[in-house]
Design a protein around this ligand. Sequence first.
Ligand SMILES: O=C(O)CCC(=O)C(=O)O
Ligand SMILES: [Fe+2]
Length: 427
Amino acid sequence: MSVDLHDPSSPAYKKAKRQYLNSTRNRKNTIELDWTPFRAAEKRFKARFPPPDLSDVLDLALLDGARTPEVQAGVWKGSSNALDYRELTLRASSSNTKAFITPRIPGLVILPGFLSPGKQRELVQWSLVDHARHPNETNLDIHYILPEEGLWNVVERARGDTSQDVYVQPRASTSELSATEEPSGPRQLVNNTPATPDNFSALSATPKPPSAPSTTVPPLPASALICKLRWANIGWYYHWGTKQYDFTKGKGKIDSVLADVCRDAVNAVDWDQVYGPDDMSDWGESGPEWKTWSTDYEPDAGIVNFYQTKDTLMAHVDRSEVCATSPLVSVSLGNAAVFLIGGLTRDTTPVPILLRSGDAVIMSGPACRRAFHGVPRILENTLPRHLGAESDEPEWVPFGEYMATTRININVRQVFPKGFNPVQVGG
Ligand SMILES: O=C(O)CCC(=O)C(=O)O
Ligand SMILES: [Fe+2]
């Protein structure tokens, strides 16, 4: 379908154009004047018709000949010189990893193709089979009583035998009075106070009541509910209502498979080259922490995001972490996406970057960790072959089918700065 949408003579293009003209007939053109530069960029990449032009989107996969088939198989393509960037010399010279920085966003490091196809498969499987299940919280736990063995595992069992598909029941009975209902759609925007070591005790003490389960969601077969999986929590529990971590629930385990990927990414980078002598960043009291990241970086929280091709993630800043500077490692799997990253407000025009399966991004330092960013577009039909259902390995087929319309992002943070003891401060 998206192939046709790039061809103005195709029936699909003409149909999309008619639908677009109908739906925008009464729209005022003046709205655009109110948009911040970030909002304008989001609108541009979200547009279904005409499909957005990606010629100013940085697409570093184009520098790697080995990825040409992957790029050509999907119709979406950015440009390798859309932005001023510099390649770093890496510390771990054994791998074929490359890393790039751009003066536009100090502290941002892009590692295109950081994960091998095998590692990508392993992380997709880990996300669905091992991670998106009890005791890790998912978006579905708020409203549904999920099977103990994990939703994906029930769906997989029912594939060969539909009698094994179970109806998952809502948490609230439909007769209960509706409390505050969570609106549908992607993640909600809550304006939260940025966490700091000084306000840690006060933020920890704010009540974090559980979200009210919806009283209107119907029971659904596991096989239908799996399409509504949007996120699964990693490590320290995150309370979406207040956008703060809930330390009273203790620390969830962070799997070594994932922690190792994050440490490898952070350790591959020679941070001296990222924060050279010209670094103007305000590192606060703790000073230039990057000097010790290779030994003391410790991922302890995060989220696995599951995007279906029409999902978006609005501009936001991840500011719930007490440590506002340590590296946040973000890994992309499956369909590609346009990632936008700008500055400390939405008034900075963001830089668009095309993230493909296997790419890793590190957001680090005071400027980048507090920069607005978001994902306005998942680029449909960009699943690389090695993740597709046309696989020689029958065990991969269910994953390949799910991934056909999915992008997974694993987003890992370090909540506390080095030497900060939450128990002492909080207790
Ligand atoms: O999906 C992505 O690439 C970014 C996700 C993100 O920004 C987040 O989870 O906070
Ligand atoms: Fe984020």
